[in-house]
Design a protein around this ligand. Structure first.
Ligand SMILES: [Zn+2]
Ligand SMILES: [Zn+2]
Length: 393
């Protein structure tokens, strides 16, 4: 088996000169993501979630014509720098939850567009609300030989567990087995998700949901599979014949912007033990944005996480730029010596980092690897923060 780093949830800001994801940076176009951001971060697999937009498929066609992308016979597209592009379509189901349909090739994308044409208002835009229900979308993913993944599964507004149901099994009945993977989202981790009994059969994905270059790869996965192709990725997610996700790398959930309940009335983040389901300061429940941790505690089956055998470890990571004492200049300096941010984060010995960028930077990275950073939790749409560390302790 070979090892590949991948981030499967990245938004496109613009394609063909037109906006795709309104809230995403206009600089974020397909070429930039594949040829600049992926290389800088050290990602071998890039999952775009706006590939259902005809503007994006037109760009993919153009890149194929120009020799910048080659469709793989087993699905997926290989860019001229070796990075694999996986095409996905994030959509809001009729029930209101976000899911991503990952599809293997242009033909399946065209069929997706044909199906969606009358089921969304504007196909050019990302993550539109559709009249198709979750079971219908599961069916569509199967027919198009792709796979479906509930996105940021635990977030309060659009996550399947956050807003739709406490149990996918109960909600879907027998069809639940068609969902093989869920995306944890920035505010959840493996320990939290594995407090749900039914989670044992899901592969967990940790993806960035990037709306800007800087956030590409803020979460990523290590895939162990035979080669770079869509089919291999799908088998990897199903854990078929030795393929598996070897590790998830993501933010400490406390850094996520929906980690704890937040009261819009008093503007405060809950600090009493979860689940906080109404504001402990003013008593309001209608003005409370439920936190991901609070939601998990509300619906959990186990008091403690129950990890199935073979569950990938979840390693807490933050982008280098967010580590205390590390600025853009330091990162540039390190990237002159090492290939990518992931290499610096995961494998370069700290003594080497110290020689290039100094002791403080090396200590910050060491602290992250040891999961010793001090976190101030987020909530209500505000990201948590990393406390400045006393680097000499
Ligand atoms: Zn979403
Ligand atoms: Zn998204």
């Amino acid at each position: 088996m070979r090892q590949f780093f991948g981030d499967l949830h990245i938004h496109i800001g613009k394609a063909g000169g037109k906006p795709v994801k309104i809230t995403a940076s206009r600089q974020l176009d397909l070429r930039r993501i594949l040829f600049i951001d992926a290389e800088r971060k050290g990602l071998d697999i890039i999952g775009i979630v706006d590939a259902g937009s005809p503007l994006v498929t037109a760009e993919i066609e153009e890149m194929i014509k120009d020799g910048e992308l080659i469709p793989h016979s087993k699905g997926g597209f290989i860019a001229s720098n070796g990075v694999m592009l996986i095409t996905g379509c994030e959509i809001e189901t009729a029930e209101g939850a976000h899911v991503v349909l990952y599809l293997p090739n242009l033909e399946s994308l065209y069929n997706y567009q044909k199906y969606m044409q009358k089921r969304v208002t504007n196909l050019n835009l990302s993550t539109q609300k559709t009249t198709a229900t979750l079971p219908e979308l599961i069916n569509l993913a199967i027919l198009l030989e792709g796979f479906i993944c509930p996105a940021h599964a635990f977030t309060p507004h659009k996550g399947i567990y956050g807003m739709l149901t406490g149990s996918i099994d109960k909600f879907l009945g027998k069809d639940a087995v068609q969902i093989k993977t869920i995306e944890l989202g920035l505010s959840a981790d493996t320990d939290m998700a594995d407090m749900l009994k039914e989670a044992y059969r899901f592969t967990f994905l940790s993806n960035s949901d990037a709306h800007s270059s800087a956030n590409v790869g803020r979460e990523y996965n290590l895939f162990s599979m035979r080669e770079l192709s869509f089919t291999e990725l799908k088998l990897c997610i199903e854990g078929y014949d030795g393929r598996r996700i070897k590790a998830n790398y993501g933010m400490d959930p406390r850094l996520g912007k929906y980690h704890r309940s937040f009261c819009l009335e008093c503007g405060r983040i809950a600090d009493s033990p979860p689940p906080v389901l109404k504001c402990t300061f003013c008593g309001s429940d209608s003005k409370l944005v439920k936190g991901v941790l609070d939601r998990v505690y509300e619906i959990r089956d186990y008091e403690e996480p129950h990890h199935p055998v073979g569950r990938a470890p979840y390693k807490y990571r933050v982008p280098l730029k967010e580590l205390p004492g590390i600025g853009i200049k330091t990162i540039e300096k390190l990237l002159k010596v090492y290939r990518s941010e992931i290499e610096i984060t995961e494998t370069v010995p700290v003594e080497d980092i110290e020689r290039v960028a100094g002791r403080k930077v090396a200590q910050s990275i060491q602290k992250m690897r040891n999961e010793e950073l001090t976190i101030l939790p987020g909530g209500g749409g505000y990201y948590g923060k990393i406390a400045p560390c006393n680097n000499d302790d």
